[in-house]
Design a binder for this molecule. Structure first.
Ligand SMILES: Cc1cc2nc3c(=O)[nH]c(=O)nc-3n(C[C@H](O)[C@H](O)[C@H](O)COP(=O)(O)OP(=O)(O)OC[C@H]3O[C@@H](n4cnc5c(N)ncnc54)[C@H](O)[C@@H]3O)c2cc1C
Length: 455
């Protein structure tokens, strides 16, 4: 099969490239995706018969149409302050313009009833500043896990007759042909194209590394974010979440001058397990459907760890810490803040008596046996700082789940068109290391498609 453009990966990056190419040109486009179509994506873990990862050939949570974002909370943050560094390549104005463009498409494909929140003009900026905290600027469209799914369904229905989708087709390698075209290999078959857009996300990071090494494309790396997920009664944060939905707040610790930040806030949401390469970590999401809302809010507190030479394996470091929590707790560990402060583990009795009812069945334990002191000290400092703007955050019954890890891909060396040193080979989304979010990944997809179309 020959195409004008081949897209590898059908996550938000790949989908928005395909959408743009299909809507604005007659180019032939083939999308190759390792995972299932959207409706066939089902994780077998049901908490009863199957309680832990059985290592499916492709992970239904991370792979397939919609990518890692398919069952996410669907928070599209429109900002250059976090979520990636796309603006370093294409400029701040262009990056924001494309994020709003993506938002328009989401809204017109089923997201119309959802709300856009904004920090603009919020009185919380001042309140944060007065308490040594910084509230980052952002607008956020919260689709919710349920509406996000509907938007993806609608996008697929619109694209399926204009673009060739090849599901269950992991690409093994990319070959550069003498005539400057590209040949992608899968099993014993192959397809050729003029332009190739690689959008393989976090799950494709190891593969991406190999492709870069095979094709002589430079990469660099070295960051991992580590921390806990905090769960508390929703009323404690309701003054913030009602107005902003998600607030990205940064605190600079007094002891080590590290930055601790809130991440992925889920008002009235649930805490969930996340499985990365067989290691169970923690995450959270929430639903738009009022019937599925809980009385709790959860968010992560993360510390970014950057390493310098000679250490290169930042993700390996994060994995080791997550593995330690799995070793001690058989999975995710939960601890009351009061127990952590008193230097004792939480046990089942203390969790049963806890006034914050956990939304995830995790193993009561002691996070100080898992997280490095520097990281844990920073988290404790930030909990007290947050208590000043949301009194009750530092209550004994606030729950901490560990560990939460955000892995980052290595950064692929790209020019301002997100093109590698191989002309016509583009790398977008989280797989490029440039983006770490739905909105940035999607915007990068649109940007590269427009570049190919000369728009
Ligand atoms: C549980 C969870 C919740 C999240 N919540 C949010 C949120 O609320 N807001 C937010 O901004 N971000 C969120 N994120 C992050 C967000 O999902 C990602 O930033 C986004 O999906 C990145 O898009 P992408 O297209 O770059 O990559 P991905 O979404 O990872 O898609 C890459 C696709 O490529 C495919 N692929 C990989 N290798 C190959 C190969 N060799 N051949 C063919 N196909 C391949 C994969 O199967 C996958 O489908 C969340 C992530 C998770 C896991």
């Amino acid at each position: 099969m020959n195409y004008d453009v081949i897209i590898i990966g059908a996550g938000p990056g790949g989908i928005f490239s395909a959408y743009e190419l299909a809507m604005k040109s007659d180019l032939s486009v083939g999308v190759f995706e390792a995972g299932h179509p959207l409706e066939k994506r089902h994780c077998p873990i049901d908490g009863k018969k199957i309680k832990s990862c059985i290592k499916c050939p492709t992970c239904a949570i991370m792979n397939g149409f919609g990518g890692a974002g398919a069952f996410s909370d669907g928070k599209y943050n429109i900002t250059n302050d976090f979520g990636g560094t796309l603006y370093e390549y294409i400029g701040k104005e262009k990056a924001l313009e494309l994020m709003y463009y993506v938002d328009d498409i989401n809204v017109s494909h089923g997201g119309g009833q959802t709300r856009m929140f904004s920090t603009a003009g919020s009185e919380f900026k001042k309140l944060c500043m007065q308490n040594k905290l910084t509230l980052l600027d952002a607008s956020v469209r919260h689709l919710g896990t349920d509406i996000n799914y509907i938007v993806l369904q609608n996008l697929y229905n619109e694209l399926k007759d204009k673009v060739d989708f090849h599901f269950h087709t992991p690409i093994d390698s990319i070959e550069v042909l003498e005539n400057g075209r590209y040949r992608v290999h899968y099993g014993s078959e192959s397809s050729e194209c003029d332009k190739c857009i690689v959008s393989v996300g976090r799950s494709g990071s190891k593969w991406m590394e190999k492709v870069c090494s095979d094709l002589g494309i430079e990469t660099s790396s070295n960051r991992v974010d580590l921390g806990v997920r905090v769960e508390l009664p929703a009323v404690i944060f309701s003054h913030l979440t009602d107005q902003l939905y998600e607030s990205k707040i940064v605190y600079r610790t007094q002891k080590f001058e590290d930055n601790v930040r809130t991440f992925c806030m889920n008002p009235n949401g649930i805490v969930v397990n996340e499985n990365t390469n067989g290691i169970v970590t923690v995450n959270g999401h929430s639903f738009e459907d009022p019937a599925r809302k809980t009385d709790n809010t959860n968010f992560a507190l993360l510390v970014a760890k950057h390493f310098s030479e000679p250490f290169k394996d930042s993700n390996g470091y994060g994995e080791s810490i997550a593995r330690l929590s799995n070793m001690l707790g058989g999975g995710v560990i939960v601890q009351r803040f009061g127990d952590l402060e008193r230097g004792r583990r939480s046990n089942q009795k203390r969790i049963d008596e806890c006034r914050t009812r956990p939304t995830l069945a995790a193993t009561p334990g002691d996070l100080s046996l898992v997280l490095p002191k520097r990281i844990l000290d920073g988290i404790v400092e930030m909990i007290y700082a947050l208590d000043a703007i949301a009194p009750g955050t530092a209550n004994d019954d606030t729950l901490l789940y560990g560990v939460e890890v955000k892995f980052y891909n290595m950064e692929v060396k790209l020019n301002q068109h997100l093109e590698t040193c191989r002309p016509g080979l583009y790398v977008i989304g989280d797989g490029s290391g440039v983006t770490h979010s739905l909105s940035h990944a999607s915007a990068s997809g649109v940007y590269v498609a427009d570049t190919i179309l000369g728009l």
